[in-house]
Write a protein that binds this ligand. Structure first.
Ligand SMILES: [Zn+2]
Ligand SMILES: [Zn+2]
Length: 377
């Protein structure tokens, strides 16, 4: 007889074969709906175009478990027999693993539905990679009244059977910025007739790096990375325009504000200094995932009871994760669970170890049951 893990692996491979990128997860949603319906699990009506929310149990207490479902625009290079059949799309972040794990949780919870002292909502959320999906779920209002929302990410740097989390920040506040410079173009031999945007660009690049080194306190954490710089077309012309684009990662609201303010001042200063237009477009994409203290204590116990090698996450990772948005509704908890792969997340050869599906569903079942008891009114 097929074990649950074997079944989950079959579904995971099916998801892996047919990846869909953010906001286009129509077939994935259909597949999920079909599997849930086969187990007579209720799928709630929502205005979500992709992704879905299922529900198990009865009562006032509501606990939610979240999986993301989207793939990345990457050409897969794993050569696995179940590699992506869609060139240019790949489950390279392991969201196929997340779906299988939460489906496993759903099936196990459905079996013990009559014993559940509340309701469990299973969120299969679209568009995590573009930081839009969690907000879309929150906006439906369907999670109002939830007491806790929990989730995980597979972590290829950890062995299978390892669980890691910490109280407070697990991931960073993620912002992006774009600075557009408008000077005056001129002949390369007649700089006196122009306002050279490249001089401003070069000073911006070094000036921006002083924000972390000179404005952020040494005991705080922040990253500013410039990802693209563009200006000019040829060797003998001073161009009129330039632009840079990059990302800022921080771990507190104060440092986040500080970096934005300093960047704005640098732009204003350079504009004044060189008589050019230097315009900053600064956007806050996602908040850092901030684990609730009480949930962290509970999750730690539950992970231990589930048989994980339980470890303290040493520090926040400066990556983004839109799971943070659920904190607008209820305390959240997010764990990293080992998936032991040679290649990192978002790599074209990323191949998580499917043995992660042995314990992950049970971890969430145990966690949810513990939470329902805790919050039972
Ligand atoms: Zn990702
Ligand atoms: Zn991911």
């Amino acid at each position: 007889m097929e074990t649950l893990t074997e079944r989950l692996i079959t579904w995971r491979r099916a998801f892996h074969r047919t990846p869909e990128c953010a906001n286009t997860e129509f077939e994935t949603t259909k597949q999920l709906r079909q599997i849930l319906q086969n187990y007579e699990i209720t799928v709630l009506d929502t205005p979500l175009k992709t992704g879905l929310i299922a529900e198990i149990g009865h009562g006032d207490t509501i606990i939610a478990v979240r999986s993301d479902i989207d793939a990345l625009p990457i050409i897969e290079q794993t050569n696995l027999p179940y590699a992506s059949e869609k060139r240019g799309a790949m489950h390279a972040c392991g969201h196929d693993i997340h779906m299988a794990a939460v489906l496993g949780t759903a099936i196990l919870l459905k079996e013990r539905e009559s014993q559940l002292s509340g309701r469990v909502r299973l969120i299969f959320q679209a568009a995590e990679e573009v930081s839009q999906g969690a907000d879309a779920v929150v906006e439906t209002g369907i999670l109002e009244g939830a007491q806790a929302i929990v989730g995980f990410h597979n972590d290829p740097t950890l062995p299978v059977g390892t669980w890691r989390a910490k109280a407070g920040y697990m991931t960073a506040n993620v912002d992006c910025f774009k600075i557009e410079i408008n000077g005056v173009g001129a002949h390369a031999a007649m700089p006196q007739d122009g306002v050279d945007p490249q001089i401003i660009l070069s000073q911006l690049i070094s000036g921006i790096q002083t924000i972390v080194s000179r404005n952020v306190a040494p005991y705080e954490e922040a990253v500013v990375t410039i990802g693209q710089v563009h200006s000019g077309e040829t060797w003998n012309v001073i161009p009129s325009e330039g632009m840079i684009e990059g990302t800022v990662r921080t771990l507190t609201p104060e440092v986040r504000d500080l970096v934005e303010v300093r960047m704005q001042k640098l732009c204003e200063g350079l504009a004044l200094q060189y008589d050019a237009s230097v315009v900053l477009d600064y956007q806050r994409l996602t908040d850092g995932v901030h684990n609730d203290n009480t949930l962290q204590d509970m999750a730690w116990q539950v992970a231990k009871e589930t048989g994980y090698d339980v470890q303290q996450q040493p520090r926040a990772q400066m990556i983004g994760e839109d799971f943070a948005a659920y904190r607008q509704i209820a305390p959240i908890h997010f764990a990293m669970i080992g998936s032991d792969s040679e290649y990192p997340l978002h790599h074209p050869k990323y191949a998580p170890n499917e043995a992660i599906l042995d314990k992950a569903p049970l971890y969430f079942v145990n966690f949810v049951e513990r939470l329902l008891k805790e919050y039972e009114s």
